[in-house]
Design a binder for this molecule. Structure first.
Ligand code: NAD
Ligand code: K
Ligand code: MN
Length: 348
């Protein structure tokens, strides 16, 4: 590649503050990556209020045809149903078939060379479970009744399972925990559990995964264990909703949601995205932590094979966290988004 075309979708709230910071950090990588070209794209609640659509067709079209990868910020979704509105990030993950959401959670600032207490990756299935959003409400003689469909397919469970096994193989501990609740949801979670387990023994696996140790844990006790002994977890693979909740919980262990990055990955596209939302409580104040987004940019670059650029971003961020003098308020610091970005740029 002579250039790297990156779609930028800041969307709402602090997305508009942290995605530009990630952009500047990428630009500072110079010749370690192909020359980046940024294409700004619309999506989100504000886009909906202006144009009546949360995910313009144009955005999807340009991502598909013109972009090598993308960075997404965060959307503000109303908590009540608004006619015509549907979360653009959920739609984008589906449109681009970004079936895995990979969320590494690593402890803040272990001394250089020291093993961090928390060093895990949540691999979240990204296209189904309750996020198919098939909900209905009916009126019965006893009042309102609401139902939702929870979809688990063998196909989606198998490919997320493979992704998780492949990630486990790359890691030192090579340990995989399957998260489910099949003691209660024996049909849906039962299928997820069984399918992921089988990846190990697929004929086409040809012993590839033999070095991965597989454990399983019910989702509720997994959260308990996560808080008591997070060091037992390495790679955790989970259906969509459990993965969403587990990764926010794990973020609390490492100090802030503002630190935790992710990539939405499929077989032919990758989109970096901080795990956090649009944070309306701090939006517009210039104090959002840009680290989750800078790390998301690093994850995106790493998946595209630009290891050196990714390493440089991660190392710079680690140094800033370890020094502890330039941090945003979520990490008990006094610095602004821009000051943290500047500190990262200095380390680059
Ligand atoms: P949130 O992640 O936006 O915020 C939770 C808490 O973490 C808040 O106190 C916030 O200030 C803090 N926080 C989050 N990111 C931070 C950062 N980078 N720096 C400093 N502090 C940070 O979750 P919420 O408040 O439950 O949701 C707010 C909105 O975001 C909702 O409309 C929700 O639908 C949306 N949301 C979007 C996504 C997404 O874009 N994928 C994900 C989660 C929530
Ligand atoms: K987000
Ligand atoms: Mn979430």
């Amino acid at each position: 590649r002579s250039s790297l075309k990156i779609g930028l979708i800041p969307a709402d709230g602090i997305g508009k503050e942290v995605i530009p910071a990630a952009r500047t950090a990428i630009e500072a990588l110079g010749s370690d990556i192909p020359k980046p070209e940024f294409i700004e794209l619309l999506a989100g609640w504000e886009t909906f209020t202006r144009y009546g659509v949360a995910l313009p067709e144009e955005t999807v079209k340009i991502l598909r045809s013109d972009c090598d990868c993308a960075l997404f910020g965060s959307v503000s979704s109303p908590s009540r149903k608004v006619i015509g509105y549907s979360s653009p990030i959920v739609a984008l993950r589906k449109e681009l078939d970004l079936y895995a959401n990979i969320r590494p959670v690593v402890s803040v600032a272990p001394e250089a060379g020291q093993t961090p207490a928390v060093d895990l990756v949540v691999v979240r299935e990204n296209t189904e479970c309750l996020y198919v959003k098939q909900e209905e409400q009916i009126i019965t003689e006893n009042g309102k009744e609401a139902r939702a469909t929870r979809l688990i397919t063998e196909r989606a469970s198998r490919r997320i399972g493979k992704m998780a096994f492949d990630l486990a193989l790359e890691r030192q501990r090579k340990h995989l925990t399957i998260i489910h609740k099949s003691n209660v949801l024996s049909v849906t979670d039962g299928l997820f559990r069984e399918t992921v387990r089988k990846v190990h023994t697929f004929p086409d696996a040809e012993g590839k995964y033999d070095s991965v140790s597989v454990m399983e844990q019910l989702v509720d006790s997994a959260v308990y264990r996560l808080f008591r002994e997070p060091e037992v977890f390495d790679v955790m693979v989970a259906p969509n909703l459990y993965g969403d909740i587990l990764s926010d919980a794990a973020a609390a262990l490492v100090g802030s949601l503002g630190l935790v990055p992710s990539v939405n990955a499929g077989d032919d596209f990758v989109m970096g995205e901080p795990v956090h939302g649009s944070a309306p409580d701090i939006a517009g104040k210039g104090i959002a932590n840009p680290i989750a987004s800078i790390r998301s940019a690093a994850l995106m670059l790493r998946r595209l094979g630009y290891t050196k650029g990714a390493d440089r971003l991660d190392t710079a961020v680690d140094q800033v966290i370890r020094e502890g003098t330039t941090l945003t308020p979520d990490l008990n610091g006094k610095s602004s988004t821009t000051e943290v970005l500047d500190a990262v740029l200095k380390k680059l």
